[in-house]
Write a protein that binds this ligand. Structure first.
Ligand code: ADP
Length: 629
């Protein structure tokens, strides 16, 4: 047995003692009533002091038991060891009770008449039997009670002898034996009941413990379950978002014809996106490809180059990009642009390559066509320039002869007085000169376009140059009834430029102004300025030709600088012209690092501005800008 009730010699003693104590009030009451009844019945048979003394003895013992009972109640729960002392104290009092009854009744029987003797024996039997249910819970306690109760009477009857005496002694002994046997059995029954109760309690305790543990486990399981459900729902949400993104990515890749891939260098495995598979015409996901297998897809002529590029990038752990052709399973080819980044470990060794492939077949084809067209165009342009150079030479020789001879003929006609021939000869001369100018301009332009024009930079005295130009154009300007105003500083200084080209630019602008202005004004001005205030800024020279002529419509302002372009008014045959002068001027200005611009209002006049560095260094392209910008 394992419960607290277990004890080697007196198992469940505390429980049994408590049970005995619980019967105390009834036992005390029965003792007092029986003692009172016996005293009352025997009042005439025994001397009063003896009877009173006996009753007082019994009552005193009962009072002691009552006190003990009260203290026991107050003691509350006690241990098995404490139970022994409670039992001992009770046993002393019950034994005293037994002695009191046994000895008291012996005295009564020795003095009383027969009927009273029988009554007394009956009371003794009742007392002995009455103590059984309560005291037999601890057998020896009952033994200590019942033997003093019945023992003296049995001895007394045996000592009396005779038929009745011996019969009573035998019956008393039998009763005592029977009561002891019953008491012994009752103690067994009580012990078994207590053992069962203990087991039950243990069972209930362990069941309760089990139940609590199970409840606790269930609580834990419920919490885990809740957490799991939450994680599952989070995961589902993330998966849904991921799948959306993947769809968007796949669509984007399909639209852009851009595939991505990853090469796990350590395990030599290539993971390819859907679009990349489509681009390469192979499912590289179902059967994982390694580096060499993918390299075999590259066109044999490009393979070595691509391999070298990738190996170099991997060994240097640096990103790379390259174009190459791939061969599809059906034998067709595609042009691919590849760009990748290398991922390295802590020691800087490449472990992965992450890359993209773009299908550039169409762009590549278009570029090829474009290059072919450009090549063709360049060839055609070169042929044209060559042709023009040759032709102009061929044309200029006879043309110079025509111009020269028409002048000689004109002089001859004047000398011979054949004045009627003069106008025709003049017409031949003017047309010849016009044709010569046209040929010269076409030649200049074709030289520019062929990149064969060179700059001859020299120091130019601006005062002398402007004076010379003004003198040259003055007759031209005044022929149309115009006034030429030259607005040049007294000491315009020097500049470094190509004098011939600068002269050609200014002459062209001034002759245009003279041509498109009638009875107006042509102003030729010059000024110097710097980019920034102070000596640090770059120095420029600005030439300006302004007229009060027909002007240019806004739509034509940009195109007048393009070859063969003329404004609507410019196309009027009365002005003549080739449409090449401004284009050549623009090229020359730009070659010297400058720019030419115009602002104009139809009917009010035009203003052309040429801006050149005071020290031109080299031929440099510059953009055409409008005046005022
Ligand atoms: P061309 O004068 O031989 O036609 P240019 O290239 O010199 O060729 O000039 C191109 C066009 O620009 C002219 O035909 C004319 O329409 C316009 N243009 C040039 N200068 C002026 C100007 N000062 N006033 C009005 N229009 C002009």
């Amino acid at each position: 047995m394992t419960s607290s009730g277990a004890h080697d010699r007196f198992p469940y003693l505390a429980g049994r003692v408590r049970l005995i104590y619980s019967d105390a009030p009834a036992t005390i009451a029965i003792n007092l009533i029986n003692a009172a009844v016996l005293s009352f019945v025997m009042r005439g048979e025994l001397p009063s002091p003896i009877l009173l003394g006996w009753f007082i003895f019994i009552a005193g013992v009962m009072v002691s038991r009552a006190v003990l009972y009260a203290r026991h109640r107050l003691a509350g729960v006690y241990s098995e060891d404490e139970a022994r002392s409670w039992l001992l104290r009770l046993a002393i009092l019950t034994t005293l009770t037994g002695i009191g009854w046994g000895v008291g009744c012996l005295v009564v029987m020795s003095e009383a008449p027969p009927l009273h003797k029988v009554f007394t024996a009956f009371v003794l039997g009742g007392m002995a039997a009455g103590g059984l249910p309560s005291l037999a819970r601890v057998f020896w306690a009952y033994l200590l009670f019942v033997v003093p109760v019945l023992g003296p009477a049995i001895f007394y009857f045996a000592w009396q002898g005779g038929e009745i005496g011996w019969s009573m002694a035998v019956m008393g002994t039998l009763l005592l034996g029977f009561l002891l046997m019953t008491g012994w059995r009752q103690e067994r029954v009580v012990l078994e009941a207590l053992a069962l109760a203990g087991q039950n309690r243990e069972l209930v305790n362990s069941l309760t413990e089990e139940k609590n543990r199970a409840l606790e486990e269930k609580g834990k399981a419920d919490r885990l379950n809740d957490e799991l459900l939450r994680q599952i729902s989070d995961r589902q949400e993330i998966e849904a978002r991921l799948s959306d993104r993947e769809k968007i990515l796949a669509t984007t890749q399909r639209v852009a014809r851009l595939g991505n891939w990853e090469w796990d260098i350590v395990n030599d495995r290539i993971i390819s996106s859907e679009e990349n598979n489509r681009l390469f015409g192979r499912d590289m996901t179902a059967t994982p490809y390694d580096y060499d297998t993918v390299l075999q897809i590259v066109h044999p002529e490009d393979r070595e180059r691509v391999d070298a590029v990738i190996r170099e990038a991997v060994s240097g752990c640096k990103p790379y990009s390259c174009d190459y052709r791939i061969v599809l399973p059906d034998g067709s080819e595609k042009m691919v642009y590849e760009q990748a980044d290398i991922v390295g470990d802590a020691e800087g060794r490449a472990t992965r390559v992450l890359g993209i492939n773009l299908d550039i077949t169409e762009r590549y084809e278009a570029e090829k066509e474009l290059l072919a067209a450009k090549f063709q165009a360049e060839e055609a342009s070169a042929a044209k320039s060559q042709f023009l150079a040759n032709m102009s030479h061929e044309l200029r020789t006879p043309l110079n002869a025509i111009i020269g001879y028409s002048e000689i003929l004109k002089e001859d006609a004047e000398e011979r007085g054949q004045l009627d021939l003069k106008p025709d000869l003049e017409r031949i001369n003017i047309s010849g000169r016009h044709l010569l100018q046209l040929i010269n301009e076409v030649l200049d332009l074709s030289r520019i376009e062929a990149g064969r024009t060179e700059l001859h930079l020299e120091e130019i005295d601006l005062a002398a140059l402007t004076k010379e130009i003004a003198a040259t154009v003055r007759p031209l300007v005044e022929a149309n009834g115009n006034r030429l105003i030259v607005d040049i500083p007294d000491e315009p200084g020097m500049m470094r430029a190509d004098a011939t080209k600068l002269r050609q630019i200014l002459f062209n602008l001034l002759s245009n102004a003279a041509k498109f202005t009638e009875r107006g004004e042509v102003r030729f001005s010059l000024s110097r300025f710097r980019d920034e205030a102070g000596a640090g800024g770059k120095e420029w020279v600005r030439f300006r030709v302004a007229d009060t002529g027909i002007g240019i419509v806004p739509e034509s302002l940009d195109s007048v600088f393009m070859a063969f372009e003329r404004s609507e008014a410019g196309r009027d045959s009365k002005y003549g012209g080739t449409g090449l002068g401004l284009a050549i001027s623009r090229h020359y200005s730009e070659m010297m690092g400058g720019a030419i611009s115009v602002d104009s209002k139809p009917g009010e006049g035009s203003r052309f501005t040429v801006r050149l560095p005071a020290k031109a260094v080299d031929c440099r392209p510059a953009k055409v800008v409008r005046a005022g910008e």
